[in-house]
Structure formats: structure tokens, C-alpha cells
Design a protein around this ligand. Structure first.
Ligand code: ARG
Length: 463
């Protein structure tokens, strides 16, 4: 019976059931690059500090590079019986280089090893997701540029409210995704600290230099407190929260695309690439892609709540519970990256029916507020009185089977004599949209300013 490399005291073979519960290799094998990189940095530092010999270091270095090659070529399979990726790499290294391999774990524990590996993975994906978000925002801006004059019924309570333009609506999503992107980058900055060298929980009596490994692995500096560093997982919670919030935004946009592509709205047509058919109804084209994006938001929330729950009762420092941190993060990262790629492609390729949008603005008396504002401004009425007069105007329009923007001066004056010709032009939906030229408003001029500002910010990003 071969002795497990990580147990000096356990002499019997592990039960098969324990292995199934305990082994994380089936999922943490995706961390093999980070694990080997972390070990290379650790071995370099050990040799620079005179803790291992130069000779052992070069054997470890060559050996680790060989393990990497073997994993990538498939010669070393990560489907074996090892407990986790750390044990698998160390075992294979020792098989290749012999005794020098056994020195690698000096001044290190799997507790700081997993913390550094996982942190490198999470940091890398904070950046990757930020990059994909910047590409999505770029696509939204491109669509917006062509549509700062495209009328669209702005809604509240999913009821027609006031006329806006399509670019303004898209800018709202760009603003959400901008905040999302900033969250990923700020998580990156905050967590860009190396836990390597923290050992099991309390540091090590060996004369290590954590600055060396931190620099070597691209971290800003080592973490402050070892007890915290081997047990905290808020860097993972942050990416889960960032993804959950971003998916919520993706889900809202998806919901609008689903609505907009119905025959009731008919505002957009998704490319055939992003629609699917029905197995029974030959006429159908279904928006499965935005539906899936909306649906996948559920698992992103679940992964966040799951890790928050894992962490809530843990005493310091490392506990095996935290092995449950990985699968949810891997799943959320994969979901987020795929969703962003698909959404960008869908936005690039969807077509917009400007006429249908404009026509929809003729329903719902969108410019009613403009008439009330005009009565306040030009006639000097208190807003509440003006509001009631316009209520009567809307009733009249309904009686006539018209939209308020189609009423003649005579029809308007039948409700209130003080309404003059000038008021007729402000009822036009275009004028109404352009009248909202206050900061952050929907007027085409303001919408264009917003596009420019987001674009400038996007160009200034260094990801
Ligand atoms: N596979 C473990 C994890 O993912 C590695 C750390 C194990 N540490 C320990 N003391 N058993 O958390």
C-alpha cells in the first residue's frame, strides 16, 4: 500500500466514499497553471534565500516545467486518485526529479498554496471580464451612435410614459455596464496581494522573503496577516457579487430584447444566428439566447449565496469547508464570460425597426407632460392646475380616437382657450424628446454628449 504523501499519521487506505467527498482534483485541476506558477515562484525564493540549494532549485524548475508540458499534452492525466491539484503536481514532480521534489513544500502549506492559486485565478478573470465588458459597451455605443434621433416610447410601469430616443435607452445600459466594469477593476486592485508564504496559519520560522514571491507572481505586495490570508475568501465573494450584479443587468437587457422582438412590439429583429425554431410550430422563431441569458442569472445568484453561507460560521483559520469555494466561482466565471460574448454578438447583429418604434410613440399621449409644462411656463398656471387641464385634453383625445400629438388647435382650445398655436408644436414627440435637454436628459444633444463621455472613459481604460 503506497502511503499518501500528505499524511504522516494515517496508515490505512482512505475509504472510497471519503475520497469522493474529499478529493477536489476533479474540479480544482483547472488551477494547474496557477499551481505550477506559484510553485516556481516559491522555489525561486527558497533558493534565493539559501533555504534550498541552487541545484535543487534548477531540478525543481525543470521538473515543474515538465509537469506543465505533460499536463498540456495529456501525458499526465489529471483524472487520477490524487486529493487535489497541489498533491497531484507535487507527486508527479517527485516522480520525475526524486528527492529534490520533496523540498518544494518547505515553508509552505497547502493553505497558502490554494489561497495564492485561487486568488491568481480570480484576479485574472476580474481582468478578463472587464475586457469583455468594455467590448460589450463598445458595441452598445456603436448602436447608440446611429440612433440618437430614433424615437422610442420611454416607459414607466411598462406603460408608455414620455418619448425618448433609442440611443438614450442604450446609454442607460452602457452606464450600468460601466459601473460593473469598474467594480471588477476595483476588486482587482483591492485583492492584488499575495498570500504565499503565510504557510499553515502563523507564518514560518524559515527566513523566507514574501516580497520576492509577490513580485514574481505579479502581485502588488504580500498580504498583511497570515491568519486572515489563509482563511478569507472575500476576494472570491467579490467576483461572485460582481458577476451576479452584472448578470442582473444582462438579464434586464435580455428581457427587453425578448419583449421588443415580440409581434406586439416588433422593435428589433434578432439575427437568425441568435434565434431558434420550434419542433412543432413551423412558423416560430424563438429568442432562446436572451432567454438563456436571463435564466443563467439564477445560477450566478446561487453561487454567491452559496459561498456566503459556506463562510458565515467559520472559525479562524483554514477549514476544509472553504474547498467549496471553487466550483461556484468556476461556474460563475464561465457563465459570465460566455454571456458577455454572446450578448455582444447579438447586439452587433440585431436589426432595429425605427419605424415601429416611432409608430409606437403615437400611442399613449407621450407628450402630455409637455403641454402641462407649457401651461406652467407660458400661462403661469400652478403645475397642479395645468395637470388637470391636460387630463381633460387627454380625455378629449381619447374621445376623438387620436393621440394628443395629433390634436388640432381647435380641438385643444375646445378644452381650454388659453392653449395657443405654439403649444401645438410642443406636442410633437420629437420636440418633446428634444425639450428634455437638462443634464442627463434624453434630448439628442444630451444623448450625444453621454455617448462621447462613455467613449472617452472607455478609451482611457487600461485593462
Ligand atoms: N483542496 C484544498 C482546498 O481546496 C486545499 C487545501 C487543503 N488544506 C488542508 N489543510 N487540508 O481547500
Amino acid at each position: 500500500m503506497s502511503k499518501k504523501i500528505a499524511s504522516a499519521r494515517i496508515t490505512t487506505q482512505s475509504s472510497e466514499l471519503l475520497k469522493e467527498l474529499n478529493n477536489s482534483l476533479p474540479f480544482d485541476k483547472v488551477l494547474y497553471r496557477e499551481d505550477i506558477r506559484g510553485s516556481l515562484a516559491h522555489a525561486l525564493m527558497l533558493s534565493e534565500q539559501g533555504i534550498i540549494s541552487q541545484d535543487d532549485y534548477s531540478k525543481i524548475k525543470d521538473g515543474l516545467n515538465q509537469v506543465l508540458k505533460e499536463i498540456e499534452s495529456g501525458d499526465f492525466s489529471l483524472d487520477g486518485d490524487d486529493e487535489d491539484i497541489h498533491m497531484a503536481v507535487e507527486r508527479r514532480l517527485t516522480e520525475i526529479i526524486g528527492d529534490a521534489g520533496k523540498r518544494l513544500h518547505t515553508a509552505r502549506s497547502r493553505n497558502d498554496q490554494v489561497a495564492v492559486d485561487f486568488r491568481m485565478y480570480v484576479l485574472r478573470h476580474n481582468k478578463e471580464i472587464a475586457k469583455l465588458l468594455s467590448e460589450l459597451i463598445n458595441s452598445l455605443l456603436n448602436k447608440a451612435k446611429d440612433n440618437s434621433d430614433t424615437l422610442l416610447p420611454g416607459m414607466t410601469h411598462l406603460q408608455h410614459a414620455q418619448p425618448i430616443n433609442l440611443a438614450y435607452h442604450l446609454n442607460a445600459y452602457s452606464s450600468m455596464f460601466k459601473r460593473d466594469l469598474e467594480r471588477f477593476l476595483s476588486s482587482y486592485e483591492r485583492n492584488n496581494l499575495s498570500p504565499l508564504g503565510c504557510a499553515a496559519l502563523a507564518g514560518t520560522p524559515h527566513p523566507i522573503d514574501r516580497e520576492i514571491t509577490a513580485k514574481e507572481l505579479g502581485f502588488k505586495e504580500p498580504t498583511l496577516n497570515c491568519l486572515d490570508s489563509v482563511s478569507d475568501r472575500d476576494f472570491a465573494l467579490e467576483i461572485l457579487f460582481n458577476i451576479a450584479t452584472m448578470m442582473m443587468h444582462i438579464s434586464r437587457l435580455s428581457e427587453e430584447l425578448i419583449l421588443w422582438s415580440t409581434s406586439e412590439f416588433g422593435f428589433v429583429r434578432l439575427s437568425d444566428k441568435h434565434a431558434t425554431g420550434s419542433s412543432i410550430m413551423p412558423q416560430k422563431k424563438n429568442p432562446d439566447i436572451p432567454e438563456l441569458l436571463r435564466g443563467k442569472t439564477g445560477r450566478a445568484y446561487g453561487n454567491l449565496v452559496s459561498l456566503l453561507t459556506v463562510m458565515k460560521g467559520l472559525p479562524l483559520a483554514y477549514n476544509k469547508d472553504t474547498q467549496e469555494d471553487k466550483e461556484g466561482v468556476f461556474d460563475s466565471v464561465k457563465t459570465a464570460e460566455l454571456s458577455l460574448r454572446v450578448l455582444k454578438e447579438m447586439i452587433d447583429e440585431m436589426s432595429i425597426d425605427k419605424e415601429a418604434m416611432q409608430e409606437a410613440c403615437m400611442k399613449g399621449h407621450l407628450s402630455a407632460t409637455d403641454l402641462a409644462d407649457w401651461l406652467v411656463r407660458e400661462v403661469g398656471l400652478p403645475f397642479r392646475d395645468a395637470y388637470h387641464i391636460v387630463g381633460n385634453v387627454v380625455n378629449k383625445a381619447e374621445e376623438l380616437g387620436k393621440d394628443i400629438s395629433q390634436m388640432s388647435l381647435k380641438e385643444l382650445q375646445a378644452v381650454d382657450k388659453r392653449i395657443v398655436n405654439e403649444a401645438v408644436s410642443i406636442l410633437d414627440n420629437h420636440s418633446s424628446m428634444n425639450a428634455r435637454a437638462s443634464e442627463g436628459g434624453t434630448a439628442t444633444s444630451k444623448t450625444k454628449e453621454q455617448i462621447e463621455r462613455i467613449e472617452k472613459w472607455l478609451k482611457s481604460l487600461e485593462i
